[in-house]
Each structure stands twice: as C-alpha cells, then as structure tokens.
Design a protein around this ligand. Structure first.
Ligand SMILES: [Zn+2]
Ligand SMILES: [Zn+2]
Ligand SMILES: [Zn+2]
Length: 464
C-alpha cells in the first residue's frame, strides 16, 4: 500500500516534523475556527485551520519543552522580544486556559495547537493533544514496499474539513462564502456552525449566513467618518500589536487625488477609494499564516498610526518601519511598537508578525516602501470581519498565486473556491474587481476587433 509523507514545517524551515501515514488513513479530519480569538492570533480572516497531527507527540514536546501546568496569565508565553535572526525556538503562546499555540519564534509560522479537554485536565498533568495548523502541512506520495501504484498527490485528499465553527463571531460571515467548497469538487461540504460544533445553530448547506441583503453595500465606506470613527483598529490576540488603519482619511485623500487628476495608488478602488482585498494562495503566505488562502488588504504606511491617545510618530514608509523595529529594545525602540517583529523571507522582504502571540501583521518589500499588505484577520471593523467599509474585495477573481497550489494536494480546492466566491459575488450584486473588469473589457474589444477583421477578409475574398 502507498504511503503519504506528511511534513509540518515553518516558513524559515527551522522546524520540520515529518511523519508517513498509510494512504488508507487519510484524509485527516480538519476544522476551521472563525472565532475572533483565532483571527487575532493568526492574522488570517479564516481564523485557524487545524487537523489532529498523526505523528508522535514526543517529537513536538522535545522541541517545545514540557507544557507548563499552572494557569498563570503570561507565564507560558514567548517573551516577544525582537527575535528575527538567532532565536528560532518553537515558542508557546497561551491562547486560552486550555489551548496553547506553538509557533516558530523566528518566522512566526504557527505549527501546532497544544490542547486539553479543559483547564483542569491541563493542571492535573494530563497529556496534551496536538493539532497541526493545516497551512503548515505539505504532503508527498511515496511508493509502498510492494511497488503498489502511487496515486498522483493531486488526487489525495490529505485533509477533509469537517466543519467551520464560530462563524457567528465574524458578524458578516468572514471567509466562509468562499470556503464552503474547501474540500474540492465532489467532496462533502464542511458543516457550518455559528458557535461550537453540535452546540450552536447550524447553517444548512446552500443557506447564506448572513443573508446577502444584510451585508454592507459595496459603496459603504468611511469617507464621511471623521477622527477615530474613520479608524479601523489593527490588533493581535495578546495586545502587543495595537495600531490603527486611518481608512476614513485614506478614502478622503484618494478621492481628492482623483479629483485633482492625479493617479491613484494601484490598490485604491477608483469608485469607493477603499483598498483592495485579495484571496492569496501563495505558499509563503500559507505557511506564515497557518491556513490556505490568506487575505491581505493594502494601505499606505502613512495611513497607519499607533492606537491610543498618542498616535503620532509612526514611520512614513517600510524602510523607516524596519529601522524602528530593529532598534534595540528599551534603548531607542519606541515602546508603542510593542511585540512587533519581522522575518526576512528574502533580503528585500519583511514579514511582520507578533513575537509574542505569532499573529501575521504586514508584508513589506523595499521596492515599494510606501505601502504594506495588511493581514485582514487583525482588523476590527464595526461592520464585520471582512471590514468591507475599509476594503474593496476582489471577490471571484482568480486566487492570487493560484499556481502555487496546482500540482499539490490542494489543487482540488482552487476551482471550487473560485466558483463559490464568484457565485456569491453575483448573488449579492457586488461589482467585479475593477482591474478584472478592465481586463475583461479589453479582451472583449480585442476579440470583437479580430472577429470584424476576419468577417471583412472573408467578405473581400468572397467578392473576388
Ligand atoms: Zn521558522
Ligand atoms: Zn477559534
Ligand atoms: Zn500578539
């Protein structure tokens, strides 16, 4: 019988856990938790996605150390210090009294949930169970001993998601509309629960939650919202990241820019002036955030501030941000940068995250230092988890970097997710992403021109 090699690994490859399982034991049972805690600890709009890790747990404990048994507030946690280079420990963050997150302190990748039935079980010394963040999971098919046929990895369902839980926390459905087909074409759809599984309201297959009529309209924005009312908090689970996106100000500024005949930044919607929101399938983002299909929106660095009464002094661009975050703790580093740290996945790229709770914050690149990608999971907008008053979503457009999933066990989800997102976009009457609309219009005009020329040629040759 063939086996499948499962590998849980972080973005910087400091941590790799490998385990082979017989093909017949797959798929692993997966779950997506859309709760606010999970969104704020990962930075993913989807929250968390995990499955029971079938490998030996002793390997994990050996690297992370024995879990503490007390119930103190912060005692389990990583110190959150700047740890970009040297420190690649498998850090522990106390997510709740019965759940810890284990993540790579160097790159921020969440690798495992360490969990107990309840806090009492943890205190009494019961063994923890370990669930792997499915975004950190890679898989390859290996030949069995008797040379059995090896199925292509694209046909192997490594994880089958059984449910989406705590969707009610999102208020607007969060990432659910495009994740109902996450198991791929022809596979059972995950169940949807507004709260915990089997103990909250279930949303039946084919039913929208919330109803499309209840959602914010495409035009709704923060242009008219003055002061703090136009700000969207950017917060991680531990509170060590506490910033705001000054979305109202950005929208007013972009409108004025357009009226003065100047070009808008590429990510600014020319109708609503909101930043575009994307569905990203790239491997690095998947690893960084712990689940498939990360969601970014975009902002100019100058539209980001510290939260609280003293908002001033946030860097003007990502070069300034990097220098400020690099400053040694306690000496010149502004304490308002809190637990912000970063990992350079390549020399000109910084992936910012929370060094204490692991939440993904920004993606920054030196060649476009005026802007950052912002992890949507950290936004606390009043209208819901998708923050539609601040984000103009490219619903139904091809998944960004979809090619990274082609040829892997995730291939089956690509078309199902794109199709679901497009159906939902049309149902709610949300316009196409303006760049996609422009591209399709150009292609249509091109086709019409070609057809016309062909018809004229045929007419001419017929006349001869
Ligand atoms: Zn790492
Ligand atoms: Zn959760
Ligand atoms: Zn944090």
């Amino acid at each position: 019988m063939s086996t499948v090699i499962l590998k849980a690994e972080c973005l910087c490859r400091a941590h790799t856990f490998t385990h082979s399982v017989p093909l017949s034991t797959l798929p692993l049972r997966g779950s997506s938790c859309h709760c606010t805690s999970c969104r704020h600890v990962t930075g993913a709009l989807r929250g968390s996605a995990d499955a029971v890790w079938p490998g030996p747990t002793a390997d994990i404990v050996r690297v992370a150390g024995e879990p503490p048994r007390h119930d103190g507030d912060d005692a389990d946690n990583n110190d959150g210090e700047k740890n970009n280079e040297g420190n690649a420990k498998l850090a522990r963050y106390r997510h709740s009294p019965r759940v810890n997150v284990l993540f790579c302190a160097r790159c921020g990748t969440e690798l495992f949930f360490e969990e107990w039935e309840n806090a009492e079980a943890k205190k009494s010394g019961a063994e923890a169970a370990y669930a792997v963040f499915t975004g950190a999971l890679n898989a390859a098919a290996a030949e069995g001993p008797e040379g059995a046929d090896v199925p292509p990895i694209t046909s192997v369902q490594v994880v089958q998601y059984a449910d989406h839980i705590f969707v009610g926390d999102t208020r607007d459905g969060g990432a659910l509309p495009w994740l109902r087909g996450i198991n791929g074409e022809g596979q059972p759809a995950p169940k949807v629960w507004l709260g915990g599984r089997n103990r909250s309201e279930e949303v039946a297959e084919g039913v929208r939650w919330p109803a499309v009529e209840a959602l914010a309209k495409f035009e709704d924005g923060l242009k008219g919202a003055e002061g703090d009312a136009g700000n969207v908090p950017i917060r991680c689970h531990c509170g060590g990241i506490d910033l705001v996106l000054r979305a109202g100000e950005a929208q007013r500024e972009f409108e004025a820019l357009q009226k003065s005949g100047k070009e808008l930044p590429w990510f600014a919607d020319p109708v609503t002036y909101k930043g575009v929101g994307s569905v990203d399938g790239c491997d690095s983002c998947r690893l960084a955030v712990g689940s498939e299909l990360h969601n970014w929106t975009f902002a100019l660095v100058k539209h980001i501030s510290f939260a609280g009464a003293d908002q001033g002094g946030f860097p003007e661009d990502t070069l300034g941000l990097r220098a400020a975050v690099d400053a040694a703790d306690g000496t010149t580093r502004d304490p308002r940068f809190g637990t912000i740290t970063y990992y350079s996945s390549s020399p000109e790229v910084q992936r910012y995250f929370c060094g204490r709770c692991s939440a993904v914050l920004f993606y920054a690149a030196d060649d476009r230092s005026e802007l950052v990608d912002v992890a949507v999971g950290l936004l606390d907008a009043p209208d819901g988890a998708r923050a539609e008053t601040a984000v103009s979503w490219a619903f139904g457009s091809p998944i960004v970097y979809r090619q990274d999933m082609i040829g892997t066990w995730r291939e089956a989800l690509v078309t199902a997710v794109e199709r679901d997102a497009e159906a939902w976009r049309i149902e709610r009457g949300y316009p196409k992403f303006w760049r996609r609309a422009a591209k399709e219009a150009a292609e249509k005009a091109e086709q019409e021109k070609a057809d016309k020329e062909k018809a004229e040629k045929e007419k001419a040759s017929g006349a001869n």
